[in-house]
Design a protein around this ligand. Structure first.
Ligand code: HEC
Ligand code: HEC
Length: 371
């Protein structure tokens, strides 16, 4: 038996970085506050897969797809041999491992591309921003989720395969993916370490993450970094001055135009206050509100409000729409009651871009509890 290097350094780096990015995307998938991290790990994931495709052609011996054994016959013979006293042993990837790699790369690409399409449609960010509607984004989102679960399944099968064949051949496959070495009976040369390629990969990763996250290093307490900046929405000076005395001047895209009409019609009984607006101001505010109401679907929230408020319903409050309630039902009462929030209508206590009306995921910060 001799000990030879089977996995070059780039392959091992690829493997463990892929594991890391896969776990990291799952951990950041639930909370939209960390969408920028989720997207970063997604970019890392897709970058690694693309590297693997190239390395499968130009990489060292065992990394090359041409070395994989994955034909029907190879798989049949390998599976049969698993139940014999002498299971077939492969120095590089065995047929099951080869299949797992193809499945992970192709499913991984589907997950990553559908993720980018979701980002483009639902959030209007990333390379596909502006090319797809919110509705199309939701379809991509479905594909993204389903393919991610399928990928999780394939990864599970792959791990099970690694455990089983490690026992069958009495070799620790996980360790060899760390050290690069395997024991072999036949005389085979070790592969080159390819240390320059590995250093190049790490350098690209370091520079691009520094570039991507630079806002977090340069932010100040009064100018916090907002990872995704939404579109510049239409604004109006009269609106800003008339509606910001008692609360945030809610952007018109947060309610359908019929709601604004009702708010102006009932202006003398505005939540216990009389707005006392004259005819001219009313006309100007009314026009602005109707021209830029939720029906314009300029942002995700506008689109969601416009699609979820029933046509016969004329809500006076954003905070009473089903969409708003669904987004906020997990927030505990104690948070609403604390003095730096005080009211559900005080959007800017938690949404740093509330004034712009964009309500980007990454701009949300729950204020700290004060004793
Ligand atoms: C004199 C004070 C005052 C002014 C000026 C005022 N509002 Fe209000 N508004 C209120 C109060 C009080 C509430 C209830 C806030 C709460 O529940 O915390 C409210 C709530 C609202 C809400 C519902 C918020 C929610 O819960 O979703 C909307 C929409 C709204 N105002 C629109 C406007 C617009 C548009 C203007 C400008 C034309 C305006 N307000 C000007 C006092 C005012
Ligand atoms: C106490 C803090 C707080 C206040 C006040 C608040 N929100 Fe939120 N908002 C949140 C949290 C937390 C989420 C959930 C984020 C998540 O699930 O990732 C959220 C989510 C949202 C979302 C969904 C974002 C997305 O794309 O997923 C919108 C839109 C939104 N809020 C609008 C509003 C508006 C409009 C107001 C004021 C009428 C408001 N919020 C007031 C904390 C708050």
């Amino acid at each position: 038996m001799s000990r030879i290097r089977v996995w070059d350094l780039p392959i091992r780096l690829f493997h463990w970085l892929l594991v890391f990015s896969f776990i990291a995307t799952w951990l950041t998938e639930d909370n939209d506050r960390y969408l920028d991290f989720h997207v970063f790990f997604g970019y890392l994931f897709i970058g690694l897969l693309l590297f693997r495709l190239i390395w499968g052609i130009v990489g060292s011996h065992y990394a090359r797809f041409a070395q994989f054994h994955y034909g029907f016959k190879a798989i049949r013979d390998y599976s049969k041999s698993l139940f014999s006293s002498h299971p077939q042993h492969f120095v590089g990837h065995n047929p099951a491992g080869s299949l797992a790699i193809f499945a992970i790369i192709s499913l991984g690409l589907i997950v990553a591309v559908s993720g980018l399409l979701t980002l483009g449609g639902e959030e209007q960010h990333g390379v596909f921003a502006g090319l797809f509607s919110f509705a199309e984004g939701e379809i991509f989102h479905e594909i993204h989720e389903i393919s991610a679960w399928l990928l999780l399944g394939v990864v599970g099968v792959h791990i099970a395969g690694v455990v089983v064949s490690s026992f069958l051949h009495r070799e620790n496959l996980v360790r060899s993916m760390v050290t690069g070495y395997k024991m072999t009976e036949t005389e085979q040369p070790s592969v080159n370490l390819h240390i320059t390629v590995a250093i190049l990969l790490l350098t690209i990763l370091l520079i691009s993450s520094g570039f991507y996250f630079q806002g977090y290093f340069t932010q100040t307490p009064d100018k916090p970094y907002l990872p995704f900046v939404g579109p510049q929405l239409a604004s109006n000076e009269t609106w800003q001055s008339e509606c910001s005395d008692c609360h945030l001047a809610y952007h018109p895209s947060l309610l359908p135009s019929r709601s604004w009409q009702r708010i102006f019609k009932e202006q003398s009984e505005h939540f216990g206050d009389d707005l006392a607006l004259d005819e001219e101001t009313l006309t100007e505010l009314g026009n602005f509100a109707i021209n830029y109401a939720a029906e314009t679907e300029v942002t995700e929230i506008a689109w969601k409000i416009n699609h979820t408020v029933p046509l016969h319903d004329i809500p006076l409050r954003i905070t009473e729409t089903t969409y708003w309630k669904k987004q906020h039902h997990e927030i505990e009462d104690i948070i609403w009651q604390q003095q730096n929030v005080n009211s559900k209508a005080n959007c800017s206590a938690c949404h740093l871009d509330a004034k712009q009306g964009t309500f980007e995921d990454g701009a949300m910060r729950i204020p700290e509890l004060i004793d």
